[in-house]
Ligand binder design. Structure first.
Ligand SMILES: *Cc1c(COP(=O)(O)O)cnc(C)c1O
Length: 436
């Protein structure tokens, strides 16, 4: 009778001592390594691999990075893609993350040895970008900024808001639900398509904490419509708080229709809230800018502690504000001619290798971050639809878009420096076989 192969599976202590696996313990930690070793032993016990292959299998599983998150080449043409992590960070912001990963003076004054304002570098950068703001505050995300404003300023009172601005921000989350959860009341005015100044004026009373204006960042209403701008709202006497959503701080000629924090404050808003990881192109963060006394009220509210931004965010935000053009801005402004030239070159090389590839015009979009309906003319490499699934599960993962039976790789959000990597990823796909 043959010996039971399961008895030949190497022991855990032997595997943990294997040099490659021992090195992985340093890098990834003991529990991750033990789990990988256990998984490889189990595979051998089930007969999926030979006992002699266990060490190799465990070492292979441990060769990757410490996170299960996988980098993606965004070939969707959608710049601020929520499912793909919204804004990719600039090199400067990435470097700042590494600095902030260790002990840093995030809340400490090295000169005096005393406690200092948390994230003061990021706050100074925000105020330098929006000089019209009396003060600024950074919290976890845009929704947190709104929750903090509603809780600190309107709990038990009313926020007057147009019915046309009661928006769902994604994944089933609706701003009105979020706002009501704070204990503030919503006083709806106007209709879905039309709200006029008189609607607000009629609703404002002693119970009004503020008028809330929410930028419809992810949809557009067309036709018989009316909305009231901030300048007009500010004449009504009640404080006006504006959720600009996208996080544009200053006007951008590429996005003329997007509201900015600076412009909104100038128009008379007392507070502006925004996201850091949409058009601003920084880390996930919620920004509050405006009247110094109101910002101080938000900062001192007990909830502020639960919503505060971490040191990594503060570091990356500061670097985004002070640093080079963020990738989001570069992708929104990518030159259509250059995109077309890249698509033509890539498609040509693939076609020469026998791949059914052709360069096609492709419209990108800003995405959930703002500028709904804005067409960004660009170019894509068009492949058979069967490529989509295999590119997604390849290494690196490439996420394109399937349109009219073709897999389009839109180059807008793919850095030109990654064209060779993209080419290799497509070449690595075996075209024949079942669709994924
Ligand atoms: C995106 C968005 C939010 C939510 O911001 P998060 O950073 O996703 O929390 C709120 N309001 C508007 C108008 C938005 O566009």
């Amino acid at each position: 009778m043959a010996a039971d192969p399961r008895r030949a599976v190497p022991r855990t202590d032997v595997l943990l001592a294997e040099p490659r696996i021992a090195a992985a313990t340093e890098r990834l930690g003991r529990s991750v390594v033990k789990a990988a070793v256990g998984a490889a032993q189990d595979r051998a016990r089930r007969g999926e691999i030979a006992p002699a292959e266990v060490a190799d299998a465990a070492a292979r599983a441990l060769a990757g990075p410490a996170t299960t998150l996988r980098p993606v080449l965004n070939a969707t043409g959608v710049v601020v893609h929520t499912n793909l992590g919204r804004a990719p960070l600039s090199a400067a912001a990435q470097a700042a993350l590494v600095t902030a990963a260790g002990y840093v003076d995030v809340e400490y004054d090295l000169a005096t040895g005393r406690r200092a304002t948390r994230g003061r570098g990021a706050l100074a950068a925000l105020l330098a970008t929006v000089p019209g703001a009396g003060d600024a505050l950074v919290v976890n995300n845009g929704a947190a900024a709104l929750v903090l404003a509603a809780t600190a300023l309107a709990r038990g009172r009313e926020m007057v808001i147009s019915r046309g601005e009661l928006v769902e921000i994604g994944d089933g989350f609706r701003l009105p639900d979020l706002l009501v959860a704070t204990g503030a009341r919503i006083r709806e005015v106007g209709t879905t398509n039309r709200t006029v100044l008189g609607d607000y004026a009629d609703a404002i009373g002693p119970d009004t904490a503020f008028v809330l204006k929410v930028h419809p960042a992810n949809f557009r209403v067309e036709g018989f419509t009316a909305a009231v701008d901030v300048r007009a709202l500010a004449t009504l006497g009640a404080p006006v708080v504006v959720d600009v959503g996208s996080g544009l701080l200053r006007p951008d000629p590429l996005l003329p229709a997007e509201p900015t924090a600076a412009g909104t404050l100038r128009a008379g808003a007392v507070l502006v809230t925004a996201s850091g990881d949409k058009l601003l192109g920084g880390p996930q963060a919620g920004l509050v800018l405006g009247d110094a006394a109101l910002v101080a009220q938000l900062r001192r509210h007990p909830l502020a502690r639960a919503l505060r931004a971490d040191k990594l965010t503060l570091a990356a935000l500061e670097a985004t504000l002070r640093g080079p053009t963020p990738p989001v801005r570069a992708a929104v402004g990518a030159d259509a001619e250059l995109l077309r030239a890249r698509a033509t070159t890539l498609a040509g090389e693939l076609a020469a290798a026998g791949v059914d590839a052709v360069a096609v015009p492709s419209d990108g979009a800003v995405g959930g971050g703002g500028a709904p309906g804005l067409r960004l003319p660009g170019a894509a490499v068009s492949l058979p639809a069967a490529y989509a699934g295999r590119l997604r599960t390849g290494d690196p993962a490439v996420v394109g878009r399937v349109e009219r039976g073709r897999c389009l790789l839109d180059l807008r959000c793919v850095p030109a420096a990654a064209d060779e990597v993209l080419l290799a990823a497509v070449r690595a796909v075996q075209p024949a076989g079942p669709e994924c």
